[in-house]
Each structure stands twice: as structure tokens, then as C-alpha cells.
Design a binder for this molecule. Structure first.
Ligand code: NAG
Ligand code: NAG
Length: 363
């Protein structure tokens, strides 16, 4: 009997240890909950009781250490809680620095809640296991912590669609695991770090819709895996590095709506890039006569620049050109014919100096 009692006691003790989160983690979560307000879905109603590792909405724990490993709170998702409420999420409040007491945190996703304000807690850079930081779609302000580069395991840094200000911290280029960087639609200003190309694992770099100035660092072309580079709608000046056209997998290059000058590098006309938008800059010179069978463009938008001279004949040898826009330049001469030019409209060539031939007037 005594043995049985002992056995039951041990069993209870073990199951308690397995099931419950550490009281320190639970306390930190309750502090976080206290600073956030969400009234339509009631997700924080589940953040109650001793065991934060089970049935606390959006919280999960590391199976080995039992510490909180993931916070995943998305204001737009397929979760039934949203279907029942027939609406997307809305949350106000701030992200408590208590979050930094969750020392095993691997992913922090507090995304698309629209109303969360205040800064990104600067202590976030002390979380050594952080892999994913996704705070897209809130109203966060203040800078990115200057020592962000300490997060050596970080693979995703997404703070798009907020009101983050300040320079892009130079230490960011120390994020040697970073694969996905999304800083779109914030208030970043100042230059890109010259050694941006040290981000060797990066596959997407999306920085459009800020006030980033200075020139495009040519080191970017060293990023072998980079497939998607969006620097559009900023204040970048200087020329386009020729090396961008020699990148192995770069497929999307959006530099539109900046203050870029100089000529279009010939390498870009015959590269892996298939989505090229250079619209609304101050590019001059001629469109390089460097198209070939490797040229495959779903988008080729060179509109609103100062391009001169003829449309190069080699453009007819491109294997595909989907959306072409050469309007608002100073081009002159006969519009080439050929298969990529079977479905053209006058508006694509409008407002040039003296273009002629189909689909415009005869030469
Ligand atoms: C990047 O990391 C190295 C090595 O830890 C460090 O010496 C350097 O100061 C860091 N760079 C920046 C800009 O923080
Ligand atoms: C290219 O960029 C311009 C200016 O930012 C934009 O208006 C245009 O829609 C873009 N072109 C395409 C095809 O997306």
C-alpha cells in the first residue's frame, strides 16, 4: 500500500514536471498579456492556469527544456477562432520587455494586429536562440536595436508595415544566418551598410517604401542565394552596379521610384532577372543593345527616365517579354518587330521624343 502510494506520488510529480511550464516563463507571459489588449477574439482568455505549455493560445514549449519556445500570434490566419468571430484581429498595447525573460524563445510572431504601438524591446537582442522575429503589420515605432547583429541564429527579420525609424544598424550585416529580411513600408533613413553582401544566406531583401539614401552597395552581388531584391520607393542615388546583372539566381530587381542616375548596365538585359522595374529614376543613355535568348522578362518597366536613342534591335531576340513599359523617356526611331512585340499597346511607348511604327504612327 505504501509502495503504491509512493508510486502514485512519483507519477504525479513526474507528470507535473512534464506538463507545466517554468513559473518564471509563466510570470513573463502574464506580464506580456497585461500590456496587450485584444477584445474581439478573446485569445488571452486562454492564458490562464498553471500550465502555459498547453492550451495557451499561440504559446508552445520546447519538448526538452519545457521552456517557452514559440509565441505565434497572428491577427490574420485560418484559425477557427477568426472564422467564428468573422473578422481579422485587432490588438492594441505594447510588447513588454518581459518577453526577454523567455530565454529559450526561438520564434516571436506578433503579426498583423494593426494597433500595437511602442518600440521593439531593445533587450530582444539578448535572446540567444531567436530564429524568427516577425512583427509585420502593427504600428511599432522607434529604431531596430543597434546590436541586432548579436542574434546569430536569426533567419527571419520581418518588421514590415510599421513606423520604425532610424538607420539600418551596421551590425545587421553580422546576421550570418539571415535568409529573409523585410523592412518594407517604415521610416528607415540613411544608407545601406556598405558590407551588406556579408549576409551570405539571404534570399529575399525587401526594403521598399522607406527613405533609404546613398548608393546601392555593390557587395550585394556577392549574395549567391539572393532571389528577390526590392529597394523601390526610397531615395537611393548613384548608379546601378554592373555586377547585379551577373547574379546567379536574382529574379526580381525592383529599383523603381528612386533617384538613380547613369546608364542601365548591359548585363541586366541578358541575366537571370525576369522581373525588372527601373521606372521613375533619372537613368540616361541608351537601352543596352544586349538582349538575347536568355532575356526572359515577365516585367520590364523602364518608364519615366531620361533614356535616349532607339529601342535596340536585339530586343526582338528576347525569349519572352510580358509587361513592357518604355513610356516617358526620350526614345526615338522605329519600334522593332518580332515575337515579343506581338501584343503591344501605344501607351507602352507614349511620351517619347520620336518613336514610330506599330503600334504608333507609321515612320
Ligand atoms: C560583428 O561581429 C564581430 C564579431 O563578433 C564584432 O567584432 C563586430 O563589432 C560586429 N560588428 C558590428 C557592426 O556590430
Ligand atoms: C514599376 O514601378 C512604378 C513606380 O514605382 C510603378 O508605378 C509600376 O506599377 C511598376 N511597374 C510594374 C509593372 O509593376
Amino acid at each position: 500500500m505504501k509502495a503504491l502510494f509512493h508510486f502514485v506520488f512519483v507519477l504525479l510529480a513526474v507528470s507535473w514536471a512534464v506538463e507545466s511550464c517554468p513559473p518564471m516563463d509563466r510570470d513573463a507571459l502574464l506580464e506580456i498579456k497585461a500590456e496587450l489588449h485584444e477584445q474581439y477574439l478573446g485569445i488571452f482568455n486562454s492564458w490562464t492556469g498553471a500550465d502555459c505549455c498547453h492550451n495557451w493560445y499561440g504559446v508552445s514549449c520546447d519538448p526538452e527544456t519545457r521552456q517557452v519556445a514559440d509565441i505565434n500570434l497572428r491577427g490574420e490566419s485560418e484559425d477557427p477562432i477568426f472564422e467564428r468571430a468573422k473578422r481579422t484581429g485587432y490588438m492594441t498595447g505594447t510588447i513588454s520587455p518581459e518577453i526577454c525573460k523567455l530565454t529559450r524563445l526561438s520564434s516571436l510572431i506578433i503579426a498583423d494586429w494593426k494597433g500595437i504601438t511602442g518600440p521593439i524591446p531593445s533587450c530582444i537582442t539578448t535572446l540567444p536562440f531567436l530564429r524568427i522575429l516577425d512583427l509585420i503589420g502593427n504600428r511599432l515605432s522607434g529604431p531596430i536595436p543597434g546590436d541586432i547583429g548579436r542574434l546569430r541564429r536569426l533567419t527571419v527579420l520581418n518588421v514590415a508595415d510599421n513606423q520604425i525609424t532610424g538607420r539600418i544598424p551596421p551590425s545587421i550585416t553580422n546576421l550570418s544566418s539571415l535568409m529573409h529580411l523585410d523592412l518594407r513600408n517604415n521610416k528607415f533613413y540613411g544608407p545601406l551598410p556598405r558590407d551588406f553582401g556579408r549576409l551570405g544566406m539571404l534570399s529575399r531583401a525587401l526594403l521598399s517604401g522607406n527613405q533609404i539614401s546613398g548608393t546601392i552597395p555593390s557587395s550585394i552581388s556577392q549574395i549567391y542565394r539572393l532571389a528577390d531584391l526590392d529597394l523601390s520607393v526610397n531615395s537611393l542615388s548613384g548608379t546601378i552596379p554592373d555586377s547585379l546583372g551577373k547574379m546567379a539566381v536574382l529574379a526580381t530587381l525592383n529599383l523603381d521610384s528612386n533617384k538613380i542616375t547613369g546608364m542601365i548596365p548591359a548585363s541586366l538585359m541578358n541575366s537571370a532577372v525576369s522581373n525588372l522595374n527601373l521606372s521613375r529614376n533619372a537613368l540616361d543613355g541608351q537601352i543596352p543593345d544586349a538582349f538575347g535568348p536568355r532575356s526572359y522578362f515577365t516585367v520590364l518597366d523602364l518608364s519615366h527616365n531620361n533614356l535616349r536613342g532607339p529601342i535596340p534591335k536585339s530586343i526582338s531576340s528576347a525569349s519572352f517579354i510580358g509587361h513592357l513599359d518604355l513610356s516617358y523617356n526620350h526614345l526615338c526611331g522605329r519600334i522593332p518587330s518580332g515575337s515579343p512585340f506581338d501584343h503591344l499597346e501605344g501607351s507602352q511607348f507614349a511620351n517619347n521624343d520620336c518613336l514610330c511604327g506599330k503600334p504608333l504612327r507609321d515612320c
